[in-house]
Design a protein around this ligand. Sequence first.
Ligand code: GYE
Length: 336
Amino acid sequence: MKLKRVISLIAGVVLCVGMLAGCGGASNSGASGDSSASSGGSEKRIIGFAQVGAESGWRTAESESIKSIPTLNSNYEVKFSDGQQKQENQIKAIRSFIAQKVDLIALDPVVETGWDTVLQEAKDANIPVVIVDRNVQVSDDSLYRCFLGSDMEEEGKKAAQIVIDQFGADAQLNIAELQGTVGSTAMVGRQKGFNAVIEEKAPNYKIIKSQTGDFTRAKGKEVMEAFLKSDGDNIDVLWSHNDDMAIGAIQAIEEYGLEPGKDIYIISCDGIKDMFELMAEGKSNAIIECNPLLGPQLLEVSEKILNGEEPDRVIKSNEGTFLQADAEKELPNRKY
Ligand code: GYE
């Protein structure tokens, strides 16, 4: 009897603690949780960062870079929100940042459209907004101060040019495309740039398969399996909008009994370490780098804005391209 009561008491305490922890952990949809420091009474400048999610190695590197802003300048604090690839979560996070009166909002938008209302709310509250990595399409440009990130269209163009350099513009080539999250700048821009160069320079290239893998390894694998099932022996090139989907696809290709990097030429965007490792093993062929380490540049532009200066409207990150022959040499230099 007594033992039973003790057990139920312990169970009750565990439940309560669990519920409390659950409350604190609600940061995924709001903005309260994973903050780098408390704001109580200090004069710190607070950046509320509404992140897309945690769908890829690139994303993890970007989150870490932005969360590390306070280590670069202790006058800053970052409130972080993971939107789990859902726009509604990101909108909630922005509203929560506005309610908390943060000094600046950084938004990495999962898709380009649908931000006008919430950005107007931030503007009405006099909170400057910096768009990071992916861009937005809004009717009024004054809804955000500047954009910091890569030129995705340029990345798509570079990818197409590498394929042309490899196979020649006159080749008959069948390409399978793994698209990123539909409606995101990374997907729209990379597809647009790639297709434009192919159309102009290599009209015999055919995109025989094209589907989204939502930028994740699991979906990249799943979609590649379907591609292979219906057209396995006809695919010459895999063009993947990011490394993670290509990594999933490499697994699918191996399971199907083909050699990735040999039977199918593979090119993807990002440049994460895992992909460099696979490329050094000969399982992939080319990487278009996209730099996720945006923390230092976000800090710089936030300083400018909060000091009353006007930032450049578009701030670009530096990036390169790498072929299989560079992989081993470049591996030790990779920071993400
Ligand atoms: O390529 C992909 C991530 O927006 C540039 O998003 C980013 C893309 C990146 O999920 O891995």
